[in-house]
Ligand binder design. Structure first.
Ligand SMILES: [Zn+2]
Ligand SMILES: [Zn+2]
Length: 277
């Protein structure tokens, strides 16, 4: 598979995300060192509660650690993105007063309230602060997910089987079909959890009628696919390792294939709410 996109992405787009991911990895390893991780059987918990783990398990974030991560990321973006430089400066100037705890809570609940207030107060657009807050939180979510990682990945009975992340409740950004066994795994960009899903079923409405689920590809590239559902008009990107190479960085695969999201939108498909609530 060609690693270049069939349509041109803005210059430096993929590199920007690679830098963010490298930085997130560093924070992740630092946080991981500080916490004691032992494997927990997530499947019995998921079966008992029927909700993502974060809904009933304490997700503790040390505010000093989060503030440090948030400001670290602000500095990283300041150095990379000319356009956002001024906004990053405003966040830096106010670093002692930012409502970190509320930003974490709002990020978790997709609530924009606190970010709108910041927009008014500091003149930093909502989207920009949401981006920083969300990306600064990801390493913490990845550490939270660690104890459950193994049992969830090895759940061959697909006992979770939902279209949202069993750990943090986010929608997957992409899925992959494994080279060795053709099984399909959904990937969460927030906490890096991978969980198995029925190969052909729609992650949004559960539809599995063959004629209404199909996949599209861009000519000449059979590995990067778009799974679309004609019942609910939902879509999810998929990377089929059997037509390409085995992938271990699904986060960057998802960033690289942003053109498939645009294609899906052009064709009238969208990311839907799931039946799960
Ligand atoms: Zn997740
Ligand atoms: Zn559907």
């Amino acid at each position: 598979m060609a690693d270049s996109a069939p349509v041109s992405l803005p210059k430096g787009f993929v590199e920007f995300y690679k830098d963010i991911e490298t930085w997130q990895n560093q924070v992740f390893f630092r946080l991981k060192k500080k916490s004691s991780i032992s494997q927990v059987d997530a499947i019995s918990l998921l079966e008992q509660y029927q909700q993502p783990l974060i809904e009933f398990t304490e997700f503790e974030v040390d505010i000093d650690d989060y503030q440090e991560a948030f400001m670290d990321l602000v500095r990283l973006i300041q150095g990379k993105r000319d356009k956002s430089g001024e906004f990053m400066e405003r966040l830096l100037a106010d670093k002692g007063n930012l409502p970190y705890e509320e930003m974490i809570r709002s990020t978790m609940h997709y609530d924009r309230g606190v970010f709108e207030q910041l927009q008014e107060k500091l003149g930093v657009p909502c989207n920009v602060t949401v981006f920083v807050a969300q990306n600064a939180l990801r390493p913490f979510l990845r550490v939270f997910a660690l104890p459950y990682e193994e049992s969830i990945r090895q759940d061959e009975d697909i006992s979770w089987g939902q279209g949202v992340c069993p750990v943090c409740g986010a929608l997957p950004s992409i899925s992959r079909v494994r080279f060795q066994d053709g099984r399909r795994f959904l990937f969460c960009s927030e906490c890096f959890t991978e969980w198995e899903h029925r190969y052909l079923a729609c992650i949004f409405c559960g539809n599995d009628e063959p004629n209404t689920i199909k996949y599209m590809v861009v000519e000449g590239d059979e590995a990067n696919q778009l799974f679309v559902c004609d019942k609910c008009k939902g879509y999810l990107k998929n990377y089929d390792e059997r037509n390409g190479t085995a992938r271990n960085d699904m986060f960057i695969t998802s960033v690289r294939t942003i053109y498939l999201d645009l294609l899906a939108e052009q064709q009238g498909y969208g990311l839907r709410e799931t039946d799960f609530n």
